[in-house]
Structure formats: C-alpha cells, structure tokens
Ligand binder design. Structure first.
Ligand SMILES: [Zn+2]
Ligand SMILES: [Zn+2]
Length: 345
C-alpha cells in the first residue's frame, strides 16, 4: 500500500483597492527582519508570506549592527537578499536589497533600500553611512520615528542634516500597528515620501483579513512592475499608506483612489422630497463618509465590495452634488479628504 499526501496549495489573497488609473498599483512592504538580525524566519520565507499576502514587492532589511546569531550565521550583509532572490524570482515578487541602519534615538533607525552592496554601510560614522548609501542611489527613510529614547517623537538635528543633504527621502508613518501623526505632518511639510511597513520579526500572521485587520502596507503607483519603476515612483513620492482601514496620502492621489473605488450608480425619487442613492464600493475597505454640506445623511458607511442604498430628504430642485468628507482617507493628520457625490440624472 502506498499513501499519497497532497500538500494544500498555497493561495494568494488579492488586495483590491484600485489606484491611480495611469499607473500600476504595487503593494509593498519595505521593512522586515530575518534570522540574519533579530528576526525569527529564514529570508526565503519572507517571499512566501509576501506572495500569499498579495504583495508585489518587499525589502528585507536586517539590522546591520544587531546580529545576535552571528556565531552561526555570519558572512556578508548581502546574504539575506542573495538567499531570497531566487525564490522571489520564482514567485514574481520584486525583492529590493536593503538594510536597517540601527542607532540609539536620536538619531534612531533608518532603512536604506535599492542598495547595490550592503557591506559598505557597516561603518561607525552615522553620516558616512548615508553618504555611502546615496552614492549607491539608495532610497532612504526614517523608521518608526517614535522609537523610545530621550528625543522620542521629535525631529532631530541629524534628520535635518540628512534632509538638507538630500540623503533622506522618506519616512515611515505607520509601522505594523502604530501610526505616527507627527511623522505624517513632517512628511506633508517637507514633501517626504510616506511609507507604511510591518517591521515583522516573527513569522507573518496568517488568517482572514477584515477592513480593520490587515497587513500594514504601502501602495506605490509605478509605471510598471519592475525594480526601476518602483524606485522611480518612491523617489517621486507616488505612495499611499494603508493602515487599519485608513488611507494616508496626498490629496490628488486619495481623490483619484476614491473615484476609482466609489461610485453613485443609481438614484431614484421615493417622493417629491425623498431620494434613494445606490452607492458602490468596489474596494476592500469600509469607507466612511461624513456630511460636509447642507444636504444628505450625516454619516454614510459603504461596506467593502457592496452596493448599498441610502435614503434621505432632498427637495426636487435640490443640489446635484453632495459634499462629503471621507473620514478614513487622510491627506494630513486629522484632515479628511473632501469629495463630491454626483447624483445621476
Ligand atoms: Zn527599527
Ligand atoms: Zn526593523
């Protein structure tokens, strides 16, 4: 007798939050660890997780300066990338070579990604690290800017120096289950590219996603799915961060995202002064609208992947456009996106 066991096929979840029409939406996580620093998984496993979570690109960013298993796992700082590269190619996941530059706060932790060689960054002088990273055309961002330390949650003179030298291009405004409004504000004021990452050390949690519970990630609007286009889009700042049923990003991006995912498709009058709207939400998010004008319901909730009907009083000669704010689309801290809902004729 022989017994045959068939392993369950791996399945990929598809993330559906349509992005800018003229670009490809790449779903990305640029911050995670492996056994090469203080993470618990082998580098290739990060590729499997990314594929299963519907991602298009990841960066493995082990701490350069913190390698607790150095006695058994040694060698070049490029090893995590090299080990995972083949599997990333097989799975069609873009793998970005990166590392986390790890210093006490201030100045804190920074990621350098799109490196060509990580090893030269293993040097003592903080500014020399970023001079070398930028020599390699890296994309550099400040990680979890609220990391504990005496200067917690403060923009430090080290960041000013990096910023003025154009060696700092982005900032993590969300890290796993945390959002940093002050970092978001700095990004808006200084036009830094915003990113949201998991910074995962453990194996990535499996299980069902809900609008509130999903992997924190960055949508990057790139010309196509290549490392070159991804790099260009990050330097150009074309990102939106998805975090706990909220989107953070520039007004023009969020406005386009809203238009691509939400549509009033039908309207009919129940009577002379009552109308019913059928509103479609094609995204994975539960979208919450709050009234900003004089007409309409105070709050309209659009569950993911549904058409929902909303009835409210409006005079026959009332406005054709309703003014709303999207409570969970933020262009800056506490600044929801303004939208207009057009009532179809
Ligand atoms: Zn860190
Ligand atoms: Zn980290």
């Amino acid at each position: 007798l022989c017994s045959l066991s068939i392993a369950a096929a791996q399945a990929r979840r598809e993330i559906r939050v349509a992005g800018l029409p003229e670009y490809r939406t790449l779903k990305c996580d640029f911050h995670m660890h492996t056994v090469f620093s203080d993470g618990l998984v082998w580098p290739s496993a990060r590729v499997d997780e990314a594929w299963q979570d519907g991602l298009d690109a990841i960066a493995i960013t082990d701490h350069i300066e913190e390698r607790p298993h150095k006695d058994i796992i040694s060698g070049s700082q490029n090893r995590p990338y090299e080990i995972a590269a083949g599997r990333a190619k097989d799975f069609g996941v873009l793998l970005v070579r990166g590392a986390e530059v790890t210093r006490e706060t201030p100045p804190g932790h920074h990621n350098a990604i799109f490196l060509k060689d990580v090893d030269p960054l293993d040097t003592k002088d903080f500014f020399e690290v970023f001079r070398r990273a930028n020599e390699q055309q890296a994309f550099v961002f400040w990680n979890h800017p609220r990391w504990p330390g005496p200067e917690r949650g403060r923009w430090d003179e080290a960041q000013t120096k990096l910023y003025e030298k154009k060696w700092l291009h982005g900032i993590e405004i969300c890290n796993h289950e945390e959002y940093f409004p002050e970092a978001h504000q700095w990004a808006v004021a200084k036009n830094l590219t915003i990113v949201g990452d998991t910074d995962m050390h453990e194996p990535m949690p499996t299980g069902t996603w809900t609008p509130e519970e999903h992997r924190t990630l960055t949508f990057v609007y790139a010309k196509d799915k290549t490392l070159e286009s991804l790099h260009e889009a990050l330097l150009a700042g074309r990102t939106v961060v998805w975090y706990r049923n909220q989107l953070f990003g520039k007004e023009q991006f969020l406005s386009a995202v809203f238009k691509r995912n939400v549509e009033v498709r039908r309207a009919y009058r129940r009577s002379n002064d009552v109308i019913v709207l059928e509103i479609h939400n094609d995204s994975d998010m539960s979208i919450v609208l709050e009234k900003a004008g004089n007409v309409g319901l105070d709050t309209v909730t659009l569950p993911p992947h549904t058409a929902s009907r909303h009835k409210f009083p409006i005079p026959a000669d009332g406005p054709r456009e309703l003014l709303y704010r999207v409570a969970n689309f933020l262009t800056a801290p506490k600044k929801p996106l303004d939208v207009k809902l057009t009532i179809p004729q």
